[in-house]
Design a binder for this molecule. Structure first.
Ligand code: ARG
Length: 321
């Protein structure tokens, strides 16, 4: 029994690793040294930064959960919670862009429109630990960090990759999820589009406005026309109707679409060095950052986070976003 489990785990790992690279100079050589998994790699050394005189901002890593004393962590969470001040008293307000299943998306529940997803569930867990009410503000992805710094929301929880540029503008938490980036095409283009090289002048690619996927598009397919859209579902729609030739989409999000759409596919894996998702807090809000980091450490360590991801994945086919 145990062996069978181990074997299927290995098989799953192999399947993930075998997702083809998209080609181009930046594609990593196929090797088993850096398998993509959704479990944050706690032992990853912080990635070395290029030489520069700019002040070095610390790049978020996954929480260090080895030998963690859960009782001590709970006590710490209580202590840190006492220092947290929210934008509105008695309430934690998060900003998100609910177009991104399984992270955040709309479903209809008993005739009522509801925003769900593992970011939303994580936000709820943070509010619960803080002992306050919880509110989700659904705003456009590219305005979340501005709202954060202007003080209308407490947390940005929207599958944010902690890039060096964002780390200059806001503070970002430890990673609560690790995943990869994919290039999607129409199934009918399989064989015709085989990687970045086939997306040159005269082709067009889609990505969400203000996202790292838009940067990846500029980096890997600079000749292609970049169609930047506000929401991921509209990018998928453009791909399906042939308005664009390919789309840069977060892998777990892309996989969600595969469950319901049979005319599109993941072509290959897009290399990216700021892997993982972080919560964003207003620059300098150390009290909230420390508290959020402690809660993230707890939910990653006790398996809650993995469960929230699983629940969100199961719900994502009901997405009406
Ligand atoms: N991880 C990507 C980024 O940080 C995309 C996030 C998009 N999130 C969303 N809720 N639509 O740019």
């Amino acid at each position: 029994m145990k062996q069978k489990k181990l074997f299927s785990g290995l098989l799953a790992l192999l399947m993930i690793v075998s997702l083809a690279a998209c080609g181009g100079k930046d594609a990593p050589a196929p090797s088993s040294s850096t398998p993509e998994t959704s479990a944050p790699a706690a032992s990853d050394p912080p990635s070395s930064q290029p030489e520069s005189n700019a002040p070095t901002v610390e790049v978020p890593t996954a929480p260090d959960i080895e030998g963690l004393d859960m009782a001590a962590l709970d006590a710490e969470i209580k202590e840190l919670a006492a220092k947290v001040k929210t934008v509105t008293d008695g309430k934690l307000t998060i900003g998100t862009s609910a177009d991104f299943a399984p992270y955040e998306f709309h479903i209809m529940e008993n005739g009522v429109d509801k925003i769900v997803g593992f970011d939303v569930a994580l936000g709820q867990a943070i509010a619960d630990e803080l002992g306050v009410a919880f509110e989700v503000k659904d705003i456009s992805f590219d305005s979340i960090l501005m709202e954060l710094n202007s003080g209308t929301i407490d947390l940005g929880l929207a599958g944010f990759s902690p890039t060096p540029e964002r780390l200059e503008a806001v503070d970002m938490s430890l990673l609560y999820y690790t995943g990869g980036q994919s290039l999607m095409i129409k199934k009918s283009d399989e064989g015709k589009i085989t990687g970045f090289a086939d997306l040159g002048a005269g082709t067009s690619v889609g990505a969400q406005t203000g996202s790292i996927q838009a940067d990846l598009a500029k980096e890997h397919t600079p000749e292609a026309n970049l169609v930047a859209l506000q929401t991921v579902p509209s990018i998928i729609m453009d791909l399906k109707t042939g308005k664009i030739d390919a789309a840069y989409i977060e892998t777990v999000v892309a996989e969600g679409y595969l469950a319901t759409q049979d005319d599109i596919m993941i072509l290959c894996e897009v290399p990216f060095d700021s892997e993982g998702s972080s919560a964003a807090v207003k620059k300098g809000n150390e009290d909230l950052l420390n508290f959020v980091n402690a809660v993230i450490t707890k939910v990653v360590a006790n398996g809650t986070m993995a469960q929230l991801v699983e629940d969100a994945n199961a719900l994502s086919s009901q997405s009406i976003s």
